[in-house]
Design a protein around this ligand. Structure first.
Ligand code: SF4
Ligand code: FES
Length: 251
């Protein structure tokens, strides 16, 4: 016989904003019965389904893969589908949209500025060399060099946890640099010099103040700050190191 874990009542505070009704945004509170193993996403969906279906939120996979339910939960950026109720301290759950992007409605932000920065760093393989008869071969060590930054799901938790980004939304932001890193250090890629040139700008990597908020916020445990530091180092040295090779960048 299994013993069900005791449910608890959470006071859920949600920042609400309907551009046609709310100037400025307002806070709404709901008492929600929650199981310790419920996720914060379940709690918020219960608010929508049982209390107020006008609540706006974005989510898709509910399993930490799509990155669409990034929000600020008790002051910390996270994916609502990855935080369990048992890990919420106290009896109040405060939920607001991620910071630094325009709010469309309630917890839904306009991701276009975020994806504009992402697209600006050429987040794709550049290689016009004649294609080999088989694959473009890469050693396990060369593949490992950029493994960490392949894990990004573009949730924006890092960029919207970054104080320099809050102060200046022209800053390309941690997520874009992570995705530039993924290709800059790929031995098959030929676009590193161009990407580094884009990032060698006051609104590029040099806006980073090494606050580490990005690394703390990343739900994929990517070493975001380290990736940014490696891009800075590549710019300062003019080279991209791998474990077994040194590629001197074209000037
Ligand atoms: S680096 Fe991490 S926090 Fe930033 S967008 Fe990618 S997965 Fe999200
Ligand atoms: S809903 Fe897809 S990551 Fe949370």
């Amino acid at each position: 016989m299994s013993i069900a874990a005791a449910t608890r009542t959470l006071k859920v505070r949600i920042k609400r904003y309907d551009p046609e009704l709310d100037q400025p945004p307002r806070w709404e509170e709901y008492d929600i019965e929650a199981d310790p193993l419920d996720r914060v996403l379940d709690v918020i969906q219960n608010v929508k389904w049982l209390h107020d279906d006008s609540l706006g939120l974005r989510r898709s996979c509910a399993h930490g893969v799509c990155g669409s339910d990034a929000m600020r939960i008790n002051g910390v950026n996270a994916l609502a589908c990855k935080i369990l109720v048992k890990n919420v301290r106290g009896d109040t759950l405060t939920v607001e949209p991620i910071l630094g992007l325009p709010v469309i409605k309630d917890l839904i932000v306009d991701m276009k500025p975020f994806f504009d920065h992402y697209k600006a760093v050429m987040p794709y393989l550049v290689n016009d060399d004649p294609p080999p008869t088989t694959e473009r071969i890469q050693t396990p060590e060369e593949r490992a060099r950029f493994d960490d930054t392949t894990k990004c799901i573009l949730c924006a938790c890092c960029t919207t946890a970054c104080p320099p980004f809050w102060g200046d939304q022209k800053y390309v932001g941690p997520a874009a640099i992570v995705n530039a890193h993924r290709f800059i250090f790929d031995s098959r890629d030929r676009g590193a010099a161009e990407r580094l040139d884009i990032l060698n700008d006051a609104e590029g990597v040099w806006r980073c103040r090494t606050v580490f908020n990005c690394t703390s916020a990343c739900p994929r445990d990517i070493k975001v700050t380290q990736a940014i530091q490696e891009v800075k180092r590549a710019l300062l040295t003019g080279s991209v190191h791998t474990d077994d090779a040194l590629h001197i960048l074209e000037s």
